[in-house]
Structures are given as C-alpha cells and as structure tokens.
Design a protein around this ligand. Structure first.
Ligand code: PNW
Length: 456
C-alpha cells in the first residue's frame, strides 16, 4: 500500500491557546518572558492569544473545511504538569483529549509536538532550564505521561521543535526566553535537549507505544555564492552548523567533524552511554523551512552578513558570510522567498541521511497588511504556498526524495514570539479583539493545492 501523504497545518500551544492561568495550568518561561517589559513588540503576551483553549472546536471545523489530513500542534507542558516535574493536572489531559477526539472524528491525524519552547518556569528557576540534565529527566517523565494519556490515539510524535532556536536564540543571543547570552551555553543546552530526546524515545520504544517518533529541526538553504571551492565549502559548513549539528547525533551518532574541530571543549562530547541513547533515535526527519541565503567564504562586497555580525556566538563560530539576491521577494519578517532553495535542501537532507521519511513540519510566511480587507486578500501568501509546494512536489516526484507530509505554518494568525501579533503567518485571519476567524485567499489556494494532490 502506498504510504499516505499528509497535508496539514501547524500551530504551537503558547502561540494560540491563551488561558494562561486557567484550570490549573502552571507558568512557563514564555509567560514570564512576555510579561517582562521590553521583550515583546507592543508588550503583547500569549495570555489570550487566539483563545484556542476555548475555541478549539471552531478551529477543528476550519481544518475540516480546509481539507487537511493532518494537524501538527504542541502540548503545553505546564498545563499537563504545572511545575514540570510533580503531579499531573487532569484538566490539562482532558483538554487535549477533547482536541484529539475532535480531530479524529473529522478524519484528521494528530501530529503532537511535546516541546515547542514553553518550558515550565519552575524548571528554569531550579535547574537553569536546559543547562542541566535534570531538565532532560523531567522531560522524559512528561513525555511518558503523554504517551500513556494519548498514545492509544496518537501515532505521530515530535519530541522537540527547533532545538536550534531554543539553543541559539534562547541561550546564544538572548532574543528568546530565557534570554541568556553566551557562546558556550547554546552547545550545552542543545546537548541536554538531545539527551532528553534520546531518553523520551527510549521510553517510547520500550513502552511499546504504536507509531513513529522524531524531531523537527529548522534549516534555511545555503547556496554557494559562486561555484568556487571555498564558497561551496562555506555553504556546506553553514548547513552543518545549522541542521547537521542537531540531526547528525540522532542519526549518525555524533556532531559534525567541523564543529568538533572548530569548537574544541565548547562543544560537549557524547559519552558512550549518551551516544547509544541518541544514535538511531528518530523514525523520520521533521524539517521546518523558511528561507535561503547565499554563502561565501569572504565577506560579500555589499550588504550581507559577515562572520561576527550574525546571530550571536553561533554565527561567529562559522567562517561563513551570508547574502541575498536583491531581486528576491521578501516577506514582512524580511525572509527571502526562494522556492528552489527548498528543493535543494530536501535533496541535501536525503543525500546526507538516506531514506528516512521526511515531514515538512513547517513552511509558510508572514505578510504585512494595514487592514483586515488587505490581510484577507493575501495573494502574496497564496503565491508563496504555490511556489513552495511545487518545489516540494518536484523533490518528491522528480528527485525521489521521500517527503511524506507538509504542514503549513500556520492555520491562523497567532502570537509570533518577540514580534507579538504584529507578524501574521496565518492562512486564516484572526481579529484579536473579537477573536473572529476569517479564511484568507491563501486558505482557498491551499485548499485547492491539497485537493489536487489528493485527487479529490
Ligand atoms: C518557527 N530564525 O520559528 C517556529 O517553529 C514557529 O513557532 C514560528 O512561529 C515560525 O517559525 C515563524 O517564525 C522560527 O530566526 C523563529 O531563523 C526564528 C527563526 C526560525 C524559525
């Protein structure tokens, strides 16, 4: 039987749920961060967000109308275990039970992300978050709680969303919660995240829960600026610092050689026990993809990001300059629209790791608008989705890359982290005053893309 291709949308708990103090939920680091003055655009918070906690039935209806066969969402750890490590909150389990049952009733397959950045605050305060392996142990227990509660109906599990962001933005340049700045801590945090992943997967496999488990890592494409050897090496180096850093260990069992060489003791090494735990710990590769840059060994002549000017310590560690073609279209986040980069990246991943099923766990764009009318008429996003899904289908159908799912980010406008509600990524417009949802032009375009591919 041909494996089904999942067409879906994606969201994350902190970005949509709201209900931050309801029904026994504990605080998490994004609750704390968004309430810290100066951290978030317009002092926005996720206190209410899309109020999905109360409106989830409407959101399931929307997805049924869209025609998706999968939905990727995350669980709020502190809603399920308020202090991250102690007793379980039955109301938290109950909420996700209703969501899962509602999806299944519409024939939508749930893909659960266990961790999309909202660490229970107690674990931050007591353990310094991901700087301690105690947090990995707490995660493993939380994961088991979820497998036990939902594993009878959920067969697709993603332990972590974008460990690159947690490590680099959370512990490197201080942009995301917990807001730490360091050129050592990102590597330690990432190591503990990988150990936590390995522990949870061991629990999953030994517990005999049915289904597949993996990670969702983010990666942009890096195209060599010229065809010369040095620029091709720079592009490769950049991809290894970005994606291979967090994917090689779970498939090949160790960090990329170039990172070990370059970083010395700033990069933790795997003990034999840790290596046994982590190696082979994914059943699929999850990829979140948003943009492309040129990479070169020397600073580009004009514009671009030279080594040492980039994303905190991590970028300084790469001897790579990034630049873009000014002819490329840009989203309102300033991210370039380059569908062929997506196709190249899918091929690069296939070549490096072999025949693992790949799920595109996120892809999408933010579009600026001055009014609701303008926002709903988002031809830009409709074109973006057409271009990117065409590129993915070319990789799947012409290049033989085993892509088995695509999840558009996002089902609806939501809390875009430090950018607050200012950046809208949704194919559904959300009025944050009334919480009314309105499908955009891109919703209709995506509906058609799905229908055509599934032969409806
Ligand atoms: C991802 N970067 O975040 C997240 O998984 C989503 O929660 C988020 O809403 C979406 O992409 C859009 O931003 C990213 O700096 C945040 O490269 C930052 C970066 C990449 C992805």
């Amino acid at each position: 039987m041909k494996t089904p291709f999942y067409w879906g949308t994606a969201t994350a708990a902190y970005q949509i749920e709201g209900a931050w103090l309801e029904d026994g939920k504990g605080l998490n680091i994004w609750d704390a961060y968004s309430h810290t003055p100066g951290k978030i655009k317009n002092a926005d918070t996720g206190d209410v967000a899309c109020d999905h906690y109360h409106l989830f039935e409407k959101d399931i209806e929307l997805m049924a109308e869209l025609g998706v066969t999968g939905y990727r969402f995350s669980l709020s750890w502190s809603r399920i275990i308020p202090d991250g490590k102690g007793s379980v909150n039955p109301a938290g389990i109950e909420f996700y039970n209703r969501l899962i049952d509602g999806l299944l009733a519409k024939g939508i397959t749930p893909f659960i992300t266990l961790y999309h950045w909202d660490l229970p605050l107690t674990l931050q305060l007591e353990n310094d978050g991901w700087l301690s392996e105690k947090t990995s142990e707490a995660f493993c227990r939380y994961a088991k709680t979820c497998f036990d509660a939902f594993g009878d109906r959920v067969n697709h599990w993603i332990t972590f969303n974008e460990n690159w962001c947690t490590a680099v933005l959370g512990y490197g340049n201080g942009e995301f919660a917990p807001g730490r700045v360091s050129n050592t801590e990102p590597y330690l945090a990432a190591h503990n995240l990988l150990i936590a992943h390995g522990m949870a997967v061991k629990e999953f496999r030994e517990g005999g829960y049915p289904g597949q488990i993996g990670l969702a890592n983010n990666c942009d494409w890096r195209e060599p600026l010229t065809d010369n050897e040095a620029d091709r090496a720079a592009a490769q180096e950049s991809l290894e610092f970005f994606f291979a850093w967090l994917t090689d260990p779970v498939i090949l069992g160790d960090y990329p050689a170039i990172m070990k060489e370059r970083l010395g003791d700033r990069l933790p090494s795997f003990t034999p026990e840790q290596q046994a735990l982590v190696k082979g710990s994914v059943d699929f590769i999850g990829l979140n993809h948003y943009t492309t840059h040129y990479a070169s060994a020397r600073p580009p002549e004009k514009g671009g990001i030279a080594p040492g000017e980039g994303n905190g310590g991590m970028s300084d560690d790469q001897q790579v300059s990034l630049s873009a073609d000014e002819a490329w279209q840009k989203t309102s986040m300033g991210w370039y629209v380059v569908p062929w980069g997506f196709r190249n990246l899918l091929n690069w991943i296939h070549k490096r790791y072999g025949d693992y099923p790949i799920y595109v766990t996120e892809n999408g764009c933010s579009v600026a608008a001055n009014s609701r009318e303008e926002a709903v008429d988002d031809q830009f996003r409709a074109n973006f989705l057409q271009g990117y899904t065409d590129a993915m289908k070319a990789a799947r159908d012409e290049d033989g890359v085993p892509v088995q799912g695509y999840f558009c980010w996002s089902l609806m406008d939501n809390f875009e982290w430090t950018r607050g509600y200012d950046m809208r990524f949704g194919i559904t417009y959300v009025d944050f005053e009334t919480l009314e949802r309105t499908p955009k032009a891109s919703f209709r375009a995506y509906q058609k893309i799905i229908g055509d591919d599934l032969g409806r």
